[in-house]
Design a protein around this ligand. Structure first.
Ligand code: G3P
Ligand code: CA
Length: 327
């Protein structure tokens, strides 16, 4: 497989093969494995009783039936927080394709062309369960697939008395992955958590500084505009091994004359020897001014030469790379 140190760009299955099956279900992870993803992503939050679970949001209602099963457990803001539920309760939930509410309040899928918005088949896995699944598939399929773990909302978890960084490292130790730097990345939007992982918790695993936009409400005080400057990236290089920027922090759109506009972020990161793993490459949600998934891949993997990418469609990127690189 391509590893953290190899030159073939890494295919990171974003929330699994989430373009085909509901995100972060074990089924989506099996499919990503079968499609040949180099790494499979785990977004991690914690249950009330301190168990790391694989879930993108700190809330449960956008991908599970929590509102039907536990209708009186929303907070005053109307949201169902994972940290308000013990693991035994989370195990009762059924996962569905990501949904939202339309203007009339009706539940609708975020990506209409994907898996149907039907309940029933899938549960929320713990991080340990997912690692065991991937490890088992590696054995039966003769592969070595990587974990790409994001620590979600570490500040908020800390406010609730939950140390998500320590908890994730504990699971990795228990599952035998804590000392496999070729096979595990840790990623986070919060710089202080990454600095702590490196300097206090002393993990040998490669760390990726995710870069958001400041109006997204990530629970970190870090200045994401500064992180994209030469000085900011020099600071990142003191505690992390790479960056995970949003695609549109690199591809800025087109001029009136149709010319593609790019930021300097990739070049500035390379000066610091930082890996660049942008997110998220979706066939069904292309940036404005990009006409096809192939054009997007040509730009990032051909022209820009990034080191890896997060995609909901790992099969398409694996196929693309097979055409460009000899395995
Ligand atoms: O972790 C990379 C990418 O997944 C960040 O965005 O919101 O999908 O976790 P998000
Ligand atoms: Ca993520």
């Amino acid at each position: 497989m391509a590893t953290a140190a190899s030159h073939r760009p890494l295919v990171i299955a974003h929330r699994g093969a989430s373009g085909y099956l509901p995100e972060h279900t074990l089924a989506a992870k099996v499919l990503a494995h079968a499609m040949g993803a180099d790494f499979i992503e785990q977004d991690v939050v914690m249950s009330r009783d301190g168990v790391p679970i694989v879930l993108h949001d700190i809330y449960l209602e956008s991908t599970t039936d929590v509102a039907q099963r536990f209708p009186d457990r929303a907070r005053a803001d109307g949201r169902f927080y994972a940290t308000d539920f013990d693991l035994t309760e989370i195990r009762e939930l059924r996962v569905h394709e990501r949904s939202t509410r339309d203007a009339s309040g009706r539940e609708v899928p975020v990506y209409p062309a994907r898996y149907p918005l039907q309940p029933g088949l899938f549960g929320v896995p713990t991080l340990a369960e997912e690692i065991r699944l991937i490890s088992g598939l590696d054995k039966s399929r003769g592969r070595s697939t990587g974990l790409y773990i994001e620590l979600k909302a570490p500040v908020r978890h800390g406010e609730e008395g939950l140390d998500i960084a320590a908890a994730v490292l504990k699971v990795l130790r228990e599952e035998g992955y804590a000392d496999r730097p070729q096979q595990v990345f840790l990623q986070c939007f919060d710089d202080l958590t990454l600095r702590r992982l490196r300097h206090e918790l002393k993990t040998p695993l490669p760390l990726i500084q995710l870069i958001a936009e400041k109006d997204w409400g990530e629970d970190s005080a870090v200045d994401y505009d500064h992180l994209q400057t030469a000085r900011g990236l020099a600071e990142v290089a003191t505690y992390a091994d790479g960056i995970g920027p949003w695609v549109e922090q690199i591809y800025l759109g087109r001029t009136g004359g149709g010319e593609i506009q790019l930021s300097e972020l990739v070049a500035l990161a390379k000066v610091q020897n930082l890996l660049v793993h942008p997110y998220t490459f979706r066939r069904d949600a292309l940036p404005e001014g990009i006409d096809s998934f192939g054009e997007l891949l040509d730009l990032f993997l051909g022209k820009l030469g990034i080191d890896g990418l997060f995609t909901d469609f790992p099969d398409l990127v694996v196929q693309y790379l097979a055409r460009r690189f000899q395995d």
